[in-house]
Design a protein around this ligand. Structure first.
Ligand code: BEZ
Length: 251
């Protein structure tokens, strides 16, 4: 994913993510991880509360952009399934990232290993039915061309994700599954831009030279449902969780 394009045209990602900061409620001196920090905007908001925050991301481009945006903060290139911290953390925060990692057990196991007993995990990402119209359009267009369709993302229900959390010692204090129709930047090209920024993984089974035709056909299918009053809107559905690590505490 191109960090410059992401930052220039998809600021709604961290604008919406800021809604979760009251749930995280960072306090001065706490050690907090921002998992999948992107260009660092929410990491900076957590730092403003006086917490010692570290942002990690698996994209060198995003980490480069985050360091440029916030030179006084700590950012590291690391994978959500493999990061390690010498000192246990008070909280792990994650916005709009976990749907990219189908290995949910590996991620949650790692988060649990990094937290103190009683540590908090506050996250939001795509929930069941997320970008359903987009996936339906991709399936129709790919299959019409004899190409394989698969959903590359992880969009669990509350029950599915709570089961993963409980398996790794978390108590789910609250979970929400809600629709968040999200307007994209103005302009007829905004859906094309979204598909090019985020949707390449859906088109991975198609030869590159077919992509322009496939994207155009998808946009034609999506227009009646997602282009409203001159503006594209993504059919986002969010899963938000607030969990606490209870593994080492008496029942
Ligand atoms: C999302 O935020 O829901 C999302 C972003 C990119 C790809 C798929 C889903």
């Amino acid at each position: 994913m191109n960090a410059g394009l992401y930052e220039a045209r998809h600021s709604f990602v961290w604008t919406h993510g800021a809604d979760m900061l009251p749930l995280l409620a960072p306090t001065p001196g706490e050690r907090i991880l921002d998992l999948g920090c992107g260009p660092g905007q929410l990491t900076a908001r957590i730092a403003e509360a006086g917490a010692h925050v570290v942002g990690i991301d698996s994209s060198p481009d995003m980490i480069g952009q985050a360091r440029q945006n916030y030179p006084s903060l700590e950012f590291k290139l690391a994978d959500a399934t493999q990061f390690e911290f010498a000192e246990p953390l008070d909280a792990v925060f994650s916005n709009a990232v976990l749907h990219w990692i189908p290995e949910a057990d590996a991620v949650v196991r790692n988060i649990a290993a990094a937290l103190k007993p009683g540590g908090r995990f506050v996250a939001e990402f795509g929930g069941k039915r997320n970008v359903q119209a987009l996936l339906a359009a991709a399936r129709t267009v790919l299959q019409a061309r004899g190409l394989e369709y698969r959903n590359p993302w992880y969009f669990p229900s509350v029950a599915e994700y709570a089961t993963v959390l409980e398996r790794h010692g978390f108590e789910v204090r609250a979970a929400w599954h809600f629709d968040r129709p999200t307007p994209l930047d103005e302009g007829d090209d905004a859906m094309d831009d979204w598909i090019r920024t985020f949707g390449g993984v859906v088109l991975a089974t198609a030869p590159k030279d077919e992509w322009p035709h496939i994207v155009r056909a998808m946009i034609d299918l999506l227009r009646p449902e997602l282009f409203r009053n001159g503006r594209w809107q993504m059919d986002y559905v969010r899963l938000r969780v607030n969990a606490e690590l209870r593994r080492d505490l008496p029942g």
